[in-house]
Design a protein around this ligand. Structure first.
Ligand SMILES: [Zn+2]
Length: 453
């Protein structure tokens, strides 16, 4: 996943809002002011590192240390209004979430792997989803054509409309991954760095984000990602527990590394899920990562490069980000690594060739490695027409790919997690919805062989 078009969203935000003196304020005054704006921002009162030191020096020369940047004071008021509006919108969203709470409450027990198993036999694949997955900036993103930050809810609504999922039976709601869990993979320095907007800006490669208040980025960007990361962990636990397929309708942040995020990936949900499964089911559990997103999963391969209980099969565009064969650190993680099987493909690969490569490689990798769990990173950015990746696989090709991967796992009775990863065109949600719908149809028909059969 690597949605450069996120840049346009934030440009629009910047056009409609500018830094506020209230939010630029620092030290004790800052905490007091911010605490009046929201009851839920105490953790993120640290602001972007001082970009206005020159102004501070001037202030101190005058014997006054106001903590407010002169350079931006003229334009600062608008963001205070925007921040207040954001708070109102959030309050409304929180109220809506509380109304849904009762429905989901009974599902929360499943997030705990040690919970008593009162579930009936799982007859269908499991869906993990939360309405909080969407990354939305007050509807601004709807003005855009090439990025869809609400694809998660659109996929879910598609599945509801097609009656693929029955909420009271198939939907499991995750909780956000905790800082403690994140600390098991990521360095403390990296996690701490995300308290500064300028570092979040680096992950998504949008320098202008450094001017957005950190609390707003936490709410609108990092919290949905933390929720989705929790979703991948939950899906892995459920897949193992019920020996079935669990689909998290988000996740797949395969560019996130231990010490840094990149390519719009903040947290390494796949390694975190593997870690979680091994804690519950044993450190010897072998996991196969099947990464068919259009980009090489350099984060996953870097983190897991010395993990002999993990194998990665990765089919990716060889001339697009992260240009793994030209990045020394990333290349070292895969070059000569016996736990990695890479299949670089050229641009404009079509269905027939793509599916041939799947068939030629995946079955023998599975049969040789014999994993206890498969994690399928099912990016849809190989879709023809995707403006960045320039692959030529059709929607039907993606549906056949997904069906084949899942059939291979089910034939062998291997639990599987599926995550959505990249693919943010306006067509992506419908393609994903159709594919998951097809998986459920095949599952019920037995075309995809049942684990109990
Ligand atoms: Zn991608």
């Amino acid at each position: 996943m690597y949605p450069r078009t996120f840049f346009h969203i934030f440009l629009l935000i910047l056009m409609s809002s500018v830094p506020s003196p209230l939010l630029m304020a620092r030290d004790v005054d800052n905490e007091a002011i911010l605490s009046k704006q929201s009851t839920d921002i105490s953790y993120d009162i640290k602001q972007p590192q001082n970009d206005c030191e020159a102004d501070d020096d001037e202030n101190e020369d005058n014997g006054v240390k106001s903590g407010i940047c002169k350079k931006h004071i003229i334009t600062a008021g608008a963001l205070a209004i925007a921040a207040t509006a954001a708070g109102v919108v959030y309050s409304q969203q929180e109220d809506q979430k509380k109304q849904q709470e009762s429905f989901y409450e009974q599902k929360r027990k499943y997030k705990e792997p040690e919970a008593k198993d009162t579930a009936e036999t799982v007859k269908k694949p499991i869906i993990v989803y939360d309405s909080g997955y969407d990354i939305s900036f007050f509807g601004i993103e709807n003005w855009l054509h090439s990025f869809d930050g609400t694809k998660y809810s659109k996929v879910f609504k598609y599945l509801e409309e097609k009656k693929v999922v029955e909420q009271d039976r198939d939907v499991y709601k995750p909780s956000m991954v905790t800082d403690q869990e994140l600390g098991e993979i990521h360095t403390p320095e990296y996690l701490e760095s995300l308290r500064y907007s300028k570092n979040i800006a680096k992950v998504v490669e949008i320098p202008q984000l450094a001017w957005i208040p950190n609390w707003l980025l936490q709410k609108k960007l990092l919290q949905p990602v933390k929720l989705a990361t929790g979703g991948t962990i939950l899906a892995a636990q459920l897949a193992m527990k019920h020996k079935t397929l669990a689909i998290n309708l988000s996740g797949g942040y395969h560019h996130a590394k231990r010490e840094k995020g990149e390519g719009f990936c903040f947290f390494a949900d796949i390694p975190l899920a593997i870690q979680s499964v091994r804690k519950t089911y044993g450190a010897d559990k072998k996991v196969l990562v099947v990464d068919f997103d259009a980009h090489q999963g350099n984060g996953v391969s870097t983190i897991l490069k010395k993990d002999e209980k993990t194998f990665i099969i990765d089919m990716y565009g060889k001339n697009v980000y992260p240009n793994v064969h030209h990045q020394l650190g990333d290349h070292q993680a895969i070059a000569g690594n016996k736990q990695f099987h890479g299949i670089p493909i050229p641009q404009y690969t079509v269905d027939q060739e793509y599916l041939r490569l799947v068939e030629e490689n995946l079955p023998r990798v599975i049969d040789r490695f014999k994993p206890a769990l498969m994690i399928y990173n099912a990016g849809t950015d190989i879709l023809v027409g995707d403006p960045v990746e320039k692959q030529s696989v059709t929607a039907d090709g993606i549906i056949k790919r997904d069906e084949r991967v899942i059939t291979l796992a089910r034939e062998r009775k291997i639990p599987m997690v599926m995550v959505l990863s990249g693919g943010y065109t306006r067509e992506s949600a419908a393609v994903i919805g159709r594919s998951i719908s097809n998986i459920f149809d095949r599952w019920s028909q037995g075309t995809v062989i049942a684990r109990d059969s």
